[in-house]
Write a new protein. Structure first.
Length: 505
């Protein structure tokens, strides 16, 4: 590694002292000095301004200016080098004045020249301090540039960005946040975010999310409404994280949000449209199936009727002959043919079972509950999700979603049609016996009539004026195809439907 070169300016009018300083510096082995000498203060200042030396050795008594006056001039430099003042023997007051004026260190000249022995040490100390100061300035400049860069990014990014301290007070927000909240940063700074920008209905839930972040559960995501200064509300999708100190404690929470008000409204409209399309499709599919079923069975059934009528006439007329036996045989054959048709149709329906995959059941349930949440809110029904700690399951995801969606829609209709106050629908997940997970949908509707409950899962049975009576029958078929089961029970003030799906082995 090469030895660093130190550019040193020696302002000294005594030729003997200049030579002595050179000899003292030659004893330093860690640095090589490139020394420029001058005996006038003005010449030294001019050289310092044009050549930017690393260090200045300055004698106090000079022909044109004294050392303190030189220091005063150097303070006007943008980046003045460190100065070591050389003062007359015993003149401590000048040394103090020099330090106050900006000298980095000083040495008192003595007649024996002992100060020269200290000169290398003092220079090394001054150079170390200067290096530390330079590094500090560089770090400060780097931090300033980073702050300016972050500020520029925050000012131009379209997302809402807000920074909270560990208590939930606002410490920073960008222009997008100011726009969507209606508050300037000066108005919001230091205030609790839930006191300023949240509707009352959101405060409790947001505080729970904030507590999770404080407990180290980050990053996380969350959607909630924000209240504008004018009272209007917007739906924001947040991505949250936190900054911790050296002890691992959360110091700041950083939330980045996107306004999804219009997108959510469009999604809800699309879901309602899709649900209507599926309902119409199911009706058409069922009609087509009924037509095929009737067509395929019409011929063997007609033949059975024909042979049976002919056989009855023969019996009544006493014609017990070989033709009668053939008629009975044909009747049996046509009955077998009808049975084969029914078996083939059942096989056709079963062979389309969906492929299964390993799924996070709570996430799957949460997705379906979110789909019907707008419908529940519009009807004034309290839709609650009570997820348990359950293992992953192996299911046909879309099929199970349709079963749960059907049960939820039935539950919402039951509560809405019952005209009960404070109606509620609750969805729970829990581990069941024998390697299954149970999903339960409970409502506070009128409950189940005991006689209706016996026929609830039969095809074409319905208690609805416009119902087809196929929803629960199809749902049971889907669940059983997954290896689970579907059943119902009457609860205190409502009904509960349960179905199970297998745990991933």
């Amino acid at each position: 590694m090469s030895t660093p070169i130190v550019r040193l300016l020696l302002i000294e009018d005594d030729q003997v002292d200049r030579l002595a300083c050179r000899r003292a510096l030659s004893r330093l082995t860690d640095s090589v000095f490139d020394i420029h000498e001058t005996d006038l203060a003005r010449d030294g200042l001019a050289y310092a301004r044009s050549h930017h030396p690393d260090l200045i050795l300055l004698d106090y008594r000079l022909p044109d200016l004294n050392g303190v006056e030189v220091l005063s001039e150097l303070r006007m430099f943008e980046d003045a080098p460190p100065v070591i003042m050389l003062t007359g023997a015993g003149d401590i007051s000048i040394a103090v004045e020099a330090m106050r004026s900006g000298a980095r260190d000083y040495l008192l000249k003595d007649t024996a020249g002992e100060y020269l022995a200290l000169l290398p040490t003092v220079i090394e100390r001054a150079m170390r301090e200067q290096q530390m100061r330079t590094e500090k300035r560089c770090m400060e400049e780097t931090l300033r540039l980073e702050r300016d860069f972050i500020s520029a990014v925050l000012a131009t990014v379209g997302a809402v960005v807000i920074v909270l301290d560990r208590e939930g007070r606002i410490v920073r927000m960008n222009e997008a946040c100011e726009t969507i909240s209606g508050y300037s940063f000066e108005e919001a700074q230091g205030k609790f975010v839930w006191d300023l920008m949240l509707p009352a209905k959101e405060i409790s839930t947001v505080k729970k999310v904030f507590a999770q972040l404080q407990d180290g559960l980050f990053p996380n995501s969350f959607d909630n409404c924000w209240r504008h200064k004018n009272g209007s509300e917007r739906l924001i999708a947040w991505s949250n994280t936190a900054l911790t100190n050296s002890a691992g404690k959360v110091e700041y929470v950083i939330a980045t949000g996107l306004d999804i008000t219009e997108r959510r409204a469009a999604e809800e409209a699309a879901l309602r449209y899709q649900a209507e399309i599926e309902r119409i499709y199911r009706q058409y599919a069922l009609g087509a199936f009924a037509s095929v079923f009737a067509h395929e069975l019409s011929q063997p059934l007609a033949a059975i009727v024909s042979y049976s009528d002919a056989s009855l006439r023969m019996i009544r007329n006493g014609q017990e002959n070989g033709q009668l036996n053939r008629n009975i045989e044909q009747t049996a054959l046509q009955a077998q043919r009808a049975a084969h048709i029914i078996r083939d149709i059942r096989h056709f329906l079963r062979r389309g079972a969906p492929e299964t995959s390993v799924e996070d059941l709570n996430s799957l349930v949460d997705k379906v509950v979110s789909q019907v949440a707008p419908e529940a809110e519009a009807a004034g029904i309290n839709l609650k999700l009570d997820p348990g700690i359950v293992p992953k399951v192996r299911v046909g995801r879309i099929a199970v979603e349709k079963v749960l969606l059907n049960l939820l829609q039935n539950a919402l209709e039951a509560v809405r049609d019952s005209d009960t106050r404070n109606g509620a629908v609750t969805v729970r997940t829990q581990t069941d016996d024998a390697g299954f997970v149970r999903i339960s949908v409970a409502d506070t509707g009128p409950g189940l009539d005991p006689e209706d409950a016996k026929r609830l899962f039969q095809p074409f049975f319905t208690t609805k004026a416009e119902g087809l009576g196929m929803g629960l029958a199809i749902s049971r078929t889907i669940v059983e195809a997954q290896g689970g089961r579907l059943w119902s029970e009457t609860a205190q003030g409502g009904a509960i439907f349960h179905f199970t799906v297998p745990i991933e082995p």
